[in-house]
Design a protein around this ligand. Sequence first.
Ligand code: SF4
Ligand code: SF4
Length: 231
Amino acid sequence: MSTQNLEKPVVNALNRDYDRERNFSFLENLYLPEIFKGLAYTFKQIFKPKFTMQYPEEKWDPPAIFRGRPVLVEDNGRERCVACGLCARACPPLAISMQANEDAADPKERYPEEFQINMLRCIYCGFCEDVCPEEAIVMSKDYDIVFESREEAVYDKERLLVPKEDLEERLEFLRKYKNRQFGQFWDFQQDNNIHSVRDRDREWNTGLSLVDMIEQQEEAEDTDPSSPWDR
Ligand code: SF4
Ligand code: SF4
């Protein structure tokens, strides 16, 4: 245990332990060999393939797993979002705000009259996408975001909406990797709108309710010893 008096400032702590310092050879003291070694390494890299891009003329196309700017999915000309508020609740920096309204033609259907994401707050965590029951908010490939004022950084619904056709890769990625617990039943949830009353009349391929699906899944797991994660 050291008996050093921590209240007394040590002027130069390194000097106290100089015996353990490495002694440089004559060549090392010259520094020149190391400088030439560095230059030789740099020279070798000139002839190797380059991985840098001439941004912004050349743009990187990220893979589907990439989490860029969160966007709202536009499906057949309208937002999928039913303004449930889960994403706003899950968002750690409180970047999302919305105002729900009801559809006059279908009073049971809700939609966001206003939906805003403050991109100065967003940390691209993807929690909003994870909790959304409608696959209505997803992480896009957009990383090229510039604002000139704080007001400009608040994206409204019009700026957030992106047609689902432009988000195919991410939606496909989510279908493949999100909510794997549904196992074999995941395949036919093409639009993942099973919770929405908007789609309550949709004819599902199986005609099963969600409860039926889970029961069947559990039965299948009881009889099939292989892991449901591999299906
Ligand atoms: S990605 Fe994270 S921080 Fe950004 S809006 Fe979604 S939940 Fe909030
Ligand atoms: S969780 Fe999804 S459906 Fe609910 S408010 Fe957010 S985007 Fe809309």
